[in-house]
Design a protein around this ligand. Structure first.
Ligand SMILES: Cc1cc2nc3c(=O)[nH]c(=O)nc-3n(C[C@H](O)[C@H](O)[C@H](O)COP(=O)(O)O)c2cc1C
Length: 189
């Protein structure tokens, strides 16, 4: 059974980003995919130390925290769905730490992310989400991953938790993104 791992970079486990991720996963689940959300936002984390230790201990980081617990889930996933709220037109530091550390770990682990599907979503009150999506998609594209689109950029205009559902175009965009993840993973398999 194909599986999609979503990583929530928002410190709000039930905020707008979480709802956006669930919207996409609901479509994937209805198509028979296994789905999981990993809550990264709000967890204490260090950035990459550039120590190079992951080069000799494949798939493990010298900083032994939750990113070592997350990595095997990433390695097993057929598709990754990364979500972040827009923070000063950028992603959250927790998600950036995932990108930097998992990115290096996977490269020294036989390019473990190769040909996995990667999609990004971002919640935004008003502006800056395109830059968030670009940052996340740069991570996918340098790691040999394949990125599906939708009918708009994968963003939703919302501020307080619960507002996500009011952006009808955002909801529609994410449902189509879910359909495209399913379509693409099935083609690749
Ligand atoms: C530190 C911080 C910075 C933010 N920066 C922006 C921003 O640059 N542009 C914007 O439109 N909204 C900004 N917001 C609003 C959030 O992106 C918005 O409320 C989003 O829906 C929160 O998603 P969440 O519920 O998943 O945490 C910011 C919020 C916080 C807490």
């Amino acid at each position: 059974m194909p599986n999609v791992l979503a990583i929530n970079g928002s410190p709000r486990p039930d905020g707008n980003t979480a709802h956006m991720l669930r919207e996409v996963l609901q479509v994937c689940g209805a198509a028979g995919f296994a789905t999981e959300v990993y809550q990264a936002g709000g967890k204490p984390v260090r950035g990459c130390l550039a120590c190079g230790a992951c080069g000799s201990q494949k798939g493990r980081c010298a900083t032994d925290d939750w990113i070592n617990e997350l990595y095997p889930k990433v390695a097993r996933a057929d598709a990754l769905l990364l979500g972040s709220p827009t923070y000063f037109a950028d992603l959250t530091p927790e998600l950036k730490a995932v990108i930097d550390r998992v990115g290096f770990m996977s490269r020294s682990d036989n390019m473990r992310l190769s040909r996995k599907v990667g999609a990004a979503v971002s919640a935004v009150r008003r502006a800056g989400s395109i830059h968030v999506l670009d940052s996340i998609q740069h991570f996918f594209l340098i790691n040999d991953m394949i990125v599906p689109g939708s009918t708009y950029w994968n963003m939703s205009q919302c501020r307080v938790p619960g507002e996500y559902e009011q952006d009808a175009e955002g909801v529609q965009t994410l449902r189509r993104l879910g359909e495209n993840i399913v379509w693409l993973v099935n083609k690749l398999n």
